[in-house]
Ligand binder design. Structure first.
Ligand code: ACO
Length: 338
């Protein structure tokens, strides 16, 4: 275990990105054969055309580990250099140990401290902020922050309200301490986070935990699957993501006009368009890949960040705005100088 350093208040930089999406594609057309829906309904209401489904033998930690390996390769960092692994997920491999422990074993990051964070779709940005605190206080120098989900394991395939929305996947970043005085690329400039637990019941998986264990009597009512009040979620998502974006930009001393690319949580193209419109940003400065993957909860932002990076859409000096909203309700936004 690495000795905590006494160096205080350092900056954190994203030095590598990676993602892994399972091979199996489930299209809207495929879903229309399972539930009463259509490609036209799903596309016009959400923007989603298809999503990826993990193989039965793939656990969330398998998706996370592959994304982590790719992020480490992109950063040029060896597994032994990783001192902290945080996995943001609502589909942990099991109640315990944490998914991060399985990732550690699978990638050989023998020097890392490992734990999970549960903040639904905001999980990756929550995890990024926690890792940033470890680094900024000098406690760790190099961390893996991963968003990974096997949401197909929480879906009621008979519920058309939810089964069309979600998919599986994983994304990861390596973040590292950067000298405050040096203009290191990938610098995280600001992060804001918020929670409103009074609305916890609007979007949840009610069963399978201590409040409602699965029993032979309740299993038929699918309590261990996603339950969501779609319209209520939609309304709060737009308001909170807009507020969080504006706050994160203000803390960074920037405005929306400075933003080169927004990477929002990929839940619904209409939510994303509404936020872009309110920030007065054209859609060509907003990254969207939800047509290919649907909503992969904590994974959407690191996957999109990696795709934007690999596609050359992040140039040195660009201001990148990350913003998320999810069950809890939780929300968060980060500004990164690429
Ligand atoms: N196919 C066809 N019809 C459908 C489907 C479907 N897949 N799903 C619902 N409908 C029907 C409904 O039954 C309803 O019919 P009715 O009027 O006869 O009752 C009608 O379509 C309209 O339903 P609404 O729920 O009002 O549709 P809405 O326009 O609100 O779209 C949606 C639903 C896409 C879920 C939207 O509300 C949404 O995106 N909400 C936000 C989701 C989100 O942001 N989640 C983020 C966090 S996720 C997390 O944290 C894990």
């Amino acid at each position: 275990m690495p000795a905590p350093s006494s160096q205080p208040f350092c900056a954190s930089s994203i030095i590598g990105t990676g993602s892994y999406m399972p091979e199996k594609v489930l299209t809207n057309e495929d879903l229309s054969k399972i539930v009463d829906t259509s490609d036209e309904w799903i596309t016009s209401r959400t923007g989603i055309k298809e999503r990826r489904i993990a193989a039965p033998e793939q656990a969330t930690s398998d998706l996370a580990s592959e994304a982590a390996r790719r992020a480490m390769a992109s950063a040029g960092v060896a597994p032994e250099e990783i001192q902290l692994i945080i996995v943001a997920t609502v589909t942990a491999d099991m109640f315990f140990p944490s998914t991060a422990c399985f990732v550690q074993k699978k990638i050989g990051a023998v020097n890392a401290v490992c734990f999970d964070i549960s903040a639904a779709c905001s999980g990756f940005l929550y995890a990024l902020q926690v890792a940033r605190h470890f680094i900024n206080t000098g406690n760790r120098t190099t961390a893996l922050v991963i968003g990974a989900e096997k949401l197909s394991s929480l879906i009621n395939w008979k519920d058309r309200n939810t089964c069309v929305l979600f998919g599986d996947g994983a994304g990861a970043v390596v973040i590292r301490r950067a000298d405050e005085s040096v203009e290191a690329p990938g610098r995280v400039l600001s992060t804001v986070m918020g929670t409103d637990g009074t609305l916890a019941d609007v979007l949840k998986v009610p069963g399978g935990g201590s409040a409602c264990p699965i029993t032979p009597e309740n299993v038929e009512s699918h309590p261990n699957t996603i339950h969501m009040e779609g319209r209520e979620t939609f309304k709060h998502a737009v308001t909170r993501m807009l507020e969080a974006s504006q706050q994160a930009l203000e803390i960074a001393g920037l405005t929306a006009a400075d933003v080169s690319l927004v990477i929002p949580h990929q839940a619904n193209a209409r939510i994303i368009s509404a936020i872009a419109e309110r920030l007065n940003l054209p859609l060509d400065r907003v990254f969207m890949n939800l047509d290919k993957y649907g909503n992969t909860s904590a994974a959407t932002i690191p996957v999109a960040l990696d795709e934007a990076n690999k596609a050359g859409r992040l140039q040195k000096g660009d201001v990148v705005l990350l913003v998320a909203f999810g069950g809890g309700f939780t929300w968060a936004s980060s500004v990164v100088r690429w």
